[in-house]
Design a protein around this ligand. Structure first.
Ligand code: SF4
Length: 397
């Protein structure tokens, strides 16, 4: 049975200029009630299928889960009734600063939440305006303090490569993130998604196009500043004090099955579990993994419209595991690379300076030949050119 659960809460106060995640800004109480009831029905279905056991992580993402306030507390309680967590489990809620209060954080903690991921993005008001964020810098600081004061784990999301974001401002944002007491920080480069308000503003010349080279430089600065503060990078975009890595996201990157609940939620199941749900019927013996996506439309999802199903063959599963594993700083074991028939591809990537062989100690392999404990990981260049690495591994070419 899956040990990880993701719940997608599809509501936001306003749409940020760069965002193409599925969320709506209709916060009418009847709409929110319909979605919570629908998600509770999905939870019940997993229970009645006998597939809702004790889990290790639960993650409430979105959207902005905290925007539905009391509804979120109810949803946390419902989810943890159906999927009880083992002692020491990680239960995360994504939050935006404008919808965080001490009372809400206290209520979430009482309901079983252990970790809050605050969407700060920047501690600079001009940059927040470019991103179309509704919160202020002071609200971001207050939200971090509220989480920290409650004793929950605090994670912060930051964004680099924002048009007009000067180096000094970026460093100030990084330092403020450290002052907030976060043990986990994510840094994402701003990307231009087609059809978003930012995309339109760039194409009409109102806003300068995000520069990937500047974003790459800022990512390198973040790595240095956080490492010096004892918060090293452990994944492409994620930094944590040792022991505070996101266990939920680690499950995604290590090919662990997870349940996705709510509109636009995605899940990944092993073939036996997928058969048990009735999601797939007797696919061929070569299928190794089932990915599914709920309809990205509240009404279609409420009507029970079919989920999108993707079947991965066994060889695709092996390649996917290597591809996801290369996101991690610790890399992937040589055995996984051999099993996926990717040794030649990785040697070619090594020749391009994008990956390297290391020992379990993290030191590079200096001698020719295969050491039993050898692993492969991206180099610094490969970290910044990750898409090139992942595409070659996925296609196996
Ligand atoms: S708050 Fe998050 S999910 Fe909502 S619009 Fe902004 S970026 Fe997208």
């Amino acid at each position: 049975m899956p040990s990880h659960v993701y719940l997608h809460v599809p509501f936001c106060r306003m749409k940020c200029s760069y965002c193409d995640f599925y969320s709506v800004t209709d916060l009418a109480s009847a709409r929110i009630e319909a979605v919570i009831t629908g998600m509770e029905a999905e939870l019940t279905q997993w229970s009645s299928n006998g597939l809702a056991g004790v889990v290790e992580t639960v993650y409430f993402g979105g959207g902005t889960p905290t925007v539905i306030t009391g509804g979120l507390v109810r949803l946390v309680r419902s989810a943890l009734e159906h999927f009880p967590v083992r002692a020491g489990a990680e239960v995360t809620v994504e939050a935006n600063p404008d919808s965080v209060s001490v009372q809400l954080i206290d209520a979430l903690a009482a309901a079983g939440v252990t970790r809050v991921s605050v969407g700060v993005q920047s501690f600079n008001s001009t940059e927040l305006a470019v991103l179309g964020r509704v919160h202020t810098v002071d609200e971001a600081k207050a939200a971090c303090s509220a989480v920290h004061a409650t004793g929950l784990e605090l994670s912060i999301d930051l964004m680099c490569g924002i048009p007009g974001q000067a180096a000094a401002s970026w460093v100030e944002t990084l330092e403020q993130a450290l002052r907030s007491g976060a043990d986990h920080i994510s840094v994402y480069p701003l990307t231009l998604e087609p059809g978003t308000a930012l995309d339109v503003a760039v194409s009409t010349g109102l806003v300068q196009e995000p520069d990937p080279d500047i974003a790459a430089e800022q990512m390198m600065i973040a790595e240095e500043v956080f490492a010096a503060a004892g918060i090293p990078r452990y994944e492409i975009a994620n930094y944590a004090r040792p022991g505070h890595e996101s266990r939920h996201n680690l499950a995604y990157w290590t090919g662990r099955p997870y349940v996705g609940i709510g509109p636009a939620a995605h899940g990944m199941l092993d073939i036996e579990t997928a058969r048990h749900t009735g999601m797939v019927h007797g696919p061929g013996p070569n299928v190794g993994r089932v990915r599914y996506g709920n309809p990205a439309d509240i009404d279609e999802w409420l009507l029970g419209r079919a989920t999108e199903i993707e079947l991965l063959t066994r060889s695709e599963v092996l390649r996917e595991d290597v591809m996801l594993g290369l996101r991690l700083v610790r890399g992937v074991p040589h055995g996984a690379v051999v099993a996926a028939d990717l040794v030649d591809v990785l040697i070619s990537l090594e020749e391009s300076g994008l990956v390297e062989r290391i020992l379990n100690s993290g030191l590079p392999v200096v001698e020719e030949g295969v050491v039993p404990s050898m692993r492969w990981r991206t180099t610094r260049r490969g970290w910044l050119l990750g898409n090139e690495v992942f595409e070659r591994v996925w296609t196996g070419e």
